[in-house]
Design a protein around this ligand. Structure first.
Ligand code: GLN
Length: 286
């Protein structure tokens, strides 16, 4: 019974083959689901199932890719975010649990059920789609400069049938700046922009090595996009509109300085579950 599900999972626990992961059994389960084409609950219900030769070969190939460092999310092609299962590939950042903080905070804001919302640099569509799934009355626009990322976001929108979202190609506010003043106004702007400096040591570690630099790295030691987004948001927010941005654990002071200089009120930085400063938010009042 060497290649039963139970044995494969058990041996992955005893011999973690990939150094960064303490317990490889969860990821082994994800790979098995991919190979057998079943849900995790099926694995639990069928611990004695023996992989066919073909499945075993496929499993070994996927496991080898993981051992070489490729992110599990890219290997299996999806990642859970909020309540949604999202397609991901090498064109998009893999959604992180800490980015769910933006969703929690947004849902707590005093906004009407008809709010206009903008997600800048949407990638897989994670923020836009999670908000859309929770607030069916909101009209949400997601932008990205990458056509390949937008294809992933569109796929996720269709898959989850979230018709209150539209995705457009734009480098930050550029497409809106082309329109006549006042034509595009929002009650909430959210963004998880690239915010790492090009020499950030994390770029060589774990999943980041495989993720698109365009989604990770920003000029001026990671600050450039945050600065653009914060200062330009003022033009595109309505009175009583909110801006929420994710940023690096050490960027809260500079981000709050930008918020203050741009004229935002009630500025606040919120920590993620790892106790790192992660999201800064502010209110615009005319
Ligand atoms: N939060 C990511 C990380 O360091 C960085 C993503 C980003 O730049 N938005 O893992």
């Amino acid at each position: 019974m060497l290649n039963s599900i139970d044995n494969i999972i058990r041996s992955s626990k005893e011999n973690p083959t990939y150094e960064c992961i303490v317990d490889f059994s969860f990821e082994t389960e994800l790979l098995l689901c991919e190979v057998i084409n079943v849900e995790r609950s099926w694995l639990k219900a069928n611990p004695n199932y023996i992989l066919s030769d073909e499945q075993e070969i496929k499993f070994s190939k996927l496991k080898l890719r993981r051992e070489k460092g490729e992110p599990i999310a890219y290997i299996i092609g999806n990642r859970g975010f909020w309540t949604l299962d999202l397609k991901v590939n090498e064109s998009v950042l893999i959604p992180r649990p800490e980015s769910e903080l933006i969703i929690e905070l947004s849902l707590d804001l005093p906004l009407t059920n008809k709010a206009d919302v903008l997600d800048l640099g949407t990638g897989s569509g994670a923020l836009a789609l999670a908000l859309a799934s929770e607030r069916k009355g909101w009209s949400i626009t997601g932008t990205d400069v990458s056509i390949d990322a937008l294809k992933v976001a569109e796929f996720n929108k269709e898959y989850h049938r979230l018709n209150n979202v539209e995705f457009i190609k734009s480098f930050w506010f550029e497409e809106f700046e082309k329109k006549s003043p006042g034509q595009s106004k929002f009650d909430l702007i959210v963004s998880n922009p690239p915010y790492l400096g090009k020499d950030d040591p994390h770029l060589d570690k774990g999943d980041l090595k495989y993720e698109p630099n365009i989604a990770l790295i920003a000029a001026e030691n990671g600050k450039a996009n945050l600065e653009t987004i914060i200062f330009s948001s003022v033009t595109f927010l309505r009175d009583q509109g909110w801006l929420l941005v994710e940023h690096g654990f050490d960027q809260a002071p500079i981000v709050r300085k930008f918020f203050g200089e741009a004229g935002f009120k009630k500025c606040q930085t919120v920590k993620d579950l790892n106790n790192h400063d992660r999201v800064t938010m502010g209110l615009l009042e005319f």
